[in-house]
Design a protein around this ligand. Structure first.
Ligand SMILES: O=C(O)CCCOc1c(F)cc(-c2c(C(=O)NCc3ccc(C(=O)O)cc3)noc2-c2cc(Cl)c(O)cc2O)cc1F
Length: 367
């Protein structure tokens, strides 16, 4: 069955398609679409997992993740031919929730697999590139599968559909990015105060070149933008506090939100001393997570640094709907991080990895 479903390409949806479907959502149509699309997306990435270098594939952690995918694949397949009766629709919904919970810790578990592999043997040069290639595709696929599951379970799950018409599933229509900028800043600041007994202030400036004087509103997934901003604020605060331990005046973090024709850009500027140009690319690497691995500290002192996966995965969230993140550091002064989000929802298409001969040839070549 894996071979059967992996021969289909995943079908990318745009935010506009998510919206149009969600506005007058029909559970039966969603069920018929997902019972095919989810196995296609799962099978595509499971074929890539099987192509991983043995030293990684054989680790306990990757074995665990691989089993979760196989089990979830089987569970969705049970609905392949079932009638869309009310009870089957309910069973399908609870199966999706069960699958989402099973895969909650995939990121940490994969990170642990990389650590296990590093401990077991030294890394051949080509390996780092193929693991970077794989993890970018693997996490992008995971983001897309969780997006489909969230849309279905929010639209048709038990939870009473939120009355405020602003939401369609996890997409917000009339979304003010300032709200999530403040949210992410406050939460990062809380951790910063705990770690450094202080934190930089924030200044938010808006430029709406398209509708002068109007507040900037976008159609986006707030939780995705939150994930990106929380990560960037943590990094900025860490750099600023590390370089201003002694001095009593801490320079603020400046956020500029700009509404352009193609993109809405959110620039985060700090005076954290910046990093050497040669080190910037390392920040996006899964293998060279800069941060020391968090000790099993008690829950309320969540370390400011995670597994060093925050930035690469944040970039995937930005790229998922064809946006991006750019890091522009001036060593000796500070760093600008720019988040680009597609402004028009019909251009914001899912960016999905496709398993085919080219991608599998990549693995053979680089191992
Ligand atoms: O997720 C995690 O675990 C956190 C993983 C990440 O942890 C980092 C972190 F938060 C902040 C920095 C950092 C530094 C720094 O640290 N500068 C001092 C140094 C000087 C020399 C060299 C060198 O020679 O290599 C490196 C750094 N300067 O600017 C940034 C900076 C980085 C990003 Cl992505 C950002 O959005 C804003 C920033 O201000 C580096 C990190 F790596």
């Amino acid at each position: 069955m894996l071979d059967f479903y992996s021969q289909f390409n995943p079908s990318p949806l745009s935010i506009k398609q998510f919206l149009d479907f969600g506005m007058n959502a029909c559970e039966r149509k969603s069920f018929v679409f997902l019972r095919k699309e989810l196995p296609v997306r799962l099978a595509n990435i499971m074929k890539e997992i099987a192509l991983l270098p043995d030293s990684l594939l054989r680790t306990q952690s990757v074995g665990l993740v691989s089993n979760w995918y196989a089990k979830s694949f089987e569970e969705v397949l049970q609905f392949e031919r079932s009638e869309p009766t009310q009870s089957n629709l309910e069973k399908f919904c609870s199966t999706l929730i069960h699958i989402r919970d099973r895969h909650a810790d995939v990121v940490q578990t994969m990170a642990h697999g990389i650590i296990e592999m590093k401990e077991a043997q030294n890394i051949e040069p080509g390996m780092e590139t193929s693991i970077q290639y794989f993890l970018d595709r693997f996490y992008m696929s995971r983001i897309s599968i969780r997006m489909l599951i969230n849309q279905h379970t929010i639209l048709f799950g038990e939870l009473p559909q939120q009355t405020h018409q602003q939401h369609v599933g996890c997409i917000e229509i009339d979304f003010d990015p300032k709200v999530v900028v403040r949210d992410a800043y406050e939460n990062a600041r809380y951790l910063c105060d705990q770690n450094y007994l202080g934190s930089p202030e924030i200044e938010i400036i808006e430029h709406n070149e398209m509708e002068k004087g109007q507040p900037i509103k976008i159609v986006y997934v707030p939780s995705h933008l939150y994930h990106i901003l929380f990560e960037l604020f943590k990094n900025s605060m860490r750099a600023v506090m590390e370089t201003h331990q002694e001095s009593d005046s801490i320079p603020p973090i400046k956020v500029r939100i700009v509404n352009g024709k193609e993109d809405v850009s959110v620039k985060i500027s700090d005076c954290g001393g910046g990093i050497p140009r040669s080190q910037v690319d390392q920040l996006f690497k899964y293998m060279y997570s800069t941060a020391p691995h968090p000790s099993k500290s008690d829950v309320h002192t969540v370390p400011l640094a995670g597994y060093g996966y925050g930035l690469p995965i944040s970039r995937l969230y930005a790229r998922y709907f064809h946006g991006d993140i750019s890091l522009l550091s001036c060593e000796g002064f500070g760093t600008d991080a720019v988040i680009y989000l597609k402004r028009l929802s019909d251009e914001a298409n899912e960016l999905l990895p496709i398993f085919n001969k080219t991608s599998s040839r990549f693995y053979k070549a680089s191992v």
